[in-house]
Design a protein around this ligand. Structure first.
Ligand SMILES: C[S@@+](CC[C@H](N)C(=O)[O-])C[C@H]1O[C@@H](n2cnc3c(N)ncnc32)[C@H](O)[C@@H]1O
Length: 389
């Protein structure tokens, strides 16, 4: 189908696609239907689009990243407000649709045809270059940030420096060239993973405003001691904090999902240690590991849950896990070349658990859900001190 400018709008709507009939018409024109397995519930309420744009505070200086543009409903609203949009879509049927619906804005839009969970910083840099953004030394920085531990990179590249975010290049240099906002109606199956992964990997993102299943938003924003507070809440909270949300019912989508939804905004932040110093990436990664261990069995004390979790583990490499600043298990002995990384041994951690709880001044008889994020950071710092090989 030949691309036209028929979606440029002018009817007072933020997006001409934000009705069930317009959505149906686009799908029919391209001979496709919605795919349940890809979470294709398209937005069909212009007011919801307006509220998303307002919550995300999208303005003409913003470069926006979108995951799952679908037929372009939210994308059009974003393109009307932002300097540019890079979108990530894995459905191979949709690029042709988007070439049609987004034709009027083609010069400020680029598409990455990939699974959002496989996207790298290089993909985003390449997409920005397509639009014409000056990426400068970012080419080096972002690929490096995704290939090696981020803090190791921050000490070795010449265009890098310490910053509030400990990013691979100074934040003020990143912001003009790479997207600083993720705004998306996320596919629900991967929503929670995408948000945590992107905060960990794409340090150029300052804020994330996303439509997710209501229960996921509840987990993202859960308070200590509540039933929704878990390892995910703690790990996300090590990178970001909630900054507003609103509910969205099933009737605002085509087809309607079986669940309630919410749009939530999360702003990047650097957590502080008890003494007010910013937590280092190493401590953040170690705190995330402890959170996984402490919540592995919610009914157990943290001492018992951590013991069970770590005793089944071999070597753990902290910090050289590619796109993630987390930890990963490694097989056998490590050869050299892991500068900036820490090696941990599961059995060794078990032996050091009493000393770790002692150093962090945390009663090992407590349960994971009672620990604040700062207490997880204290445990992360103690873990690094007591149990690194
Ligand atoms: C809930 S729809 C949102 C569509 C559109 N943004 C809207 O608001 O109407 C989710 C979109 O994500 C896409 N998607 C699903 N899984 C994906 C993945 N792993 N990576 C990238 N896109 C994905 C789907 O094909 C679909 O276009």
């Amino acid at each position: 189908m030949a691309a036209t400018d028929s979606y440029a709008g002018g009817d007072g709507r933020l997006s001409p696609l934000s009705t069930p009939s317009a959505t149906r018409a686009v799908l029919e024109a391209h001979g496709i239907g919605t795919k349940y397995t890809l979470g294709q519930n398209f937005l069909v309420n212009d007011d919801v689009l307006k509220k998303i744009i307002a919550l995300a505070e999208v303005d003409e200086a913003d470069r926006v990243l979108e995951v799952g543009p679908g037929i372009g409903t939210l994308t059009i609203a974003l393109l009307k407000h932002a300097a540019s949009v890079v979108a990530i879509e894995r459905d191979p049927d949709l690029p042709a649709v988007l070439a049609d619906t987004l034709h009027p804005w083609r010069e400020k839009f680029a598409l990455i045809e990939k699974d959002a969970l496989d996207v790298t910083g290089d993909d985003i840099v390449a997409a920005m270059a397509e639009i014409g953004a000056d990426t400068g030394c970012l080419d080096r920085a972002s690929s490096a940030a995704n290939e090696t531990a981020q803090w190791a990179v921050s000490q070795s590249e010449d265009c890098l420096s310490e910053s509030r975010y400990r990013v691979a290049v100074p934040q003020e240099e990143l912001q003009p060239s790479l997207p600083s906002k993720l705004v998306a109606n996320l596919p629900y199956a991967v929503a929670a993973t995408v948000v945590l992964d992107y905060f960990e990997s794409f340090l150029f993102l300052d804020s994330v405003t996303i439509m997710v299943q209501k229960e996921v938003a509840d987990r993202m924003a859960a308070a200590v001691g509540t039933k929704n507070y878990g390892a995910y809440t703690v790990k996300l909270g090590l990178h970001a904090e909630p900054a507003g949300r609103f509910p969205v019912g099933p009737g605002n989508f085509f087809p309607p999902p079986r669940v309630d939804s919410a749009v939530i905004r999360l702003n990047r932040r650097v957590p502080l240690m008890a003494d007010g110093a910013p937590a280092t990436p190493e401590v953040i990664a170690a705190a995330a590991l402890i959170a996984d261990a402490a919540f592995a069995n919610r009914r157990k004390t943290i001492a018992n849950s951590c013991k069970t979790y770590f005793s089944g583990r071999g070597s753990l490499l902290l910090g050289a896990s590619g796109s993630s600043a987390g930890l990963r298990a490694v097989d056998g002995a490590l050869s050299g070349g892991v500068g900036g990384a820490f090696v941990l041994d599961g059995a060794d951690i078990v032996d050091h658990l009493p000393a770790i709880f002692d150093a962090a001044a945390i009663d090992p008889r407590r349960r994971g859900e009672t620990l604040t994020q700062q207490e997880f950071l204290a445990l992360g710092a103690a873990l690094l001190k007591e149990a690194t090989v």
